[in-house]
Write a protein that binds this ligand. Structure first.
Ligand SMILES: CC(C)(COP(=O)(O)OP(=O)(O)OC[C@H]1O[C@@H](n2cnc3c(N)ncnc32)[C@H](O)[C@@H]1OP(=O)(O)O)[C@@H](O)C(=O)NCCC(=O)NCCS
Length: 222
């Protein structure tokens, strides 16, 4: 049986690991999203035709297309790692000072089972929307999923801010985190905005970011 408790400094490495692993597991889906883009298909067809014209060998064409697929895969992987590093270097670089300043309305929790950290969540004032709080770093180790851990973690965070009279909580997720969308709908969040991730890779892949919101008055309903 798991227990949910506040973050302690000894959890630092485990929390960062759960975040990185949970983020990284979506790389395959983003790669497929990249391959759906017209520029990727044009690149693959172009490589095939060019090699066919210059070398006239079907096997070389297949190898060339394989090479292009590999380059796209490695580029997606590279941008993913950049995204992970961003999180690790932002709030997760010093979890205590990001989330747990005395008297603040922010906090960070972990789910612990048999002495191991198996899930995480944090909540803090939203930079993009002053006056709202943002739920962040929701992640559960794969082998502990489907048992209500994420739901319990989110409820802990929402109850906490509701006690501090926070009335609006938001979160940002992406088009590929489909399990998370189900979780957010279950606990009363509503999608209110979607936009392309404002960056060159985001525009190239048409990588959509979703903003969800929750009135903490609804917190008792799940
Ligand atoms: C999203 C995530 C945190 C869910 O964790 P979890 O502990 O399995 O979630 P829970 O067991 O608490 O499920 C809560 C609800 O979400 C839904 N849900 C979660 N995963 C689901 C899945 N794979 N299929 C269907 N529904 C799912 C269920 O409907 C469940 O509601 P219910 O209890 O009313 O049936 C987990 O999949 C994860 O860590 N993913 C990788 C990291 C990530 O993408 N984080 C989100 C960042 S925005």
């Amino acid at each position: 049986m798991y227990q949910i408790r506040e973050y302690r400094d000894a959890d630092y490495t485990a929390v960062r690991m759960i975040y990185s692993t949970g983020f990284r597991e979506h790389v395959g889906t983003v790669y497929l999203q990249a391959l759906k883009q017209p520029w990727a298909q044009a690149l693959l067809c172009g490589a095939f035709l060019l090699i066919q014209v210059f070398f006239g060998s079907f096997l070389t064409c297949i190898m060339g297309v394989g090479g292009v697929l590999l380059i796209i895969r490695m580029s997606v992987q590279y941008f993913f790692e950049q995204g992970i590093q961003l999180g690790l270097n932002e709030d997760l670089s010093d979890i205590r000072s990001s989330y747990m300043q005395t008297g603040s309305k922010s906090s960070f929790w972990v789910a612990e089972e048999k002495g191991s950290i198996v899930g995480t969540v944090g909540i803090l004032p939203c930079v993009e929307e002053p006056g709202a709080w943002e739920l962040k770093r929701i992640s559960v180790k794969r082998e502990f999923r489907g048992r209500g851990l994420a739901k319990a973690l989110c409820k802990t965070a929402l109850d906490f801010v509701a006690r501090h009279n926070v009335r609006r909580v938001v979160l940002f997720t992406s088009m590929v985190q489909t399990d998370a969308h189900k979780l957010y709908n279950t606990i009363g969040f509503k999608k209110e905005e979607e936009f392309v991730w404002p960056s060159l890779p985001g525009r190239l892949i048409k990588f959509m970011v979703f903003k969800y919101s929750h009135g903490t008055g609804d917190v008792m309903s799940f």
